[in-house]
Write a protein that binds this ligand. Sequence first.
Ligand code: NI
Length: 187
Amino acid sequence: MAILKIARMGHPVLMGTAQPVEDPKDPRIHGLIADMVETMADAPGIGLAAPQVHVPLRIVVFRVPGERCEDKKDVPLTVLVNPVIEVIGDEVEEGWEGCLSLPEMTGRVPRAVHIRYRAQGLDGKTFEREAKGYHARVVQHECDHLDGILYPMRMTDLSTFGFAEEMARAPRTIMADESDSEDGEAA
Ligand code: NI
């Protein structure tokens, strides 16, 4: 296992389309995923996509803490190989996001509230889950990395984009109308 170097915004590996994984059971893929999990824990972050560690493959790892979820249940460590997202309904909400590839930055990003996602696991078998709210946000953020999209490219109001430390100084009146005024966690 190893802690991998994380690519920052501007690096070409973050801007391209990642390639599908042919065999999720390949031990080299399992080795990469183990390193991604270790890198995510070290950062620390709640999600990481393979292009962020300079590997242009369609792999995502994430873990959502229960306090961020409506039902307060943790989403355990999840590995998505070749994930596909389907949006359910047309509800969109804004929330704070951060990204390990844009250290110290945060911004408000509109995302679909309700999704279904399908992916292969480490055993190569396809599984499917529905997700809402923060869980759905994390999956959308991570899967965007596989298509060269970073969260500022999804933002509609760049006045909410900035250094998290500076934005925490903002008078609460600016943030107080937000239902989720916690800073975005790096993903
Ligand atoms: Ni990210």
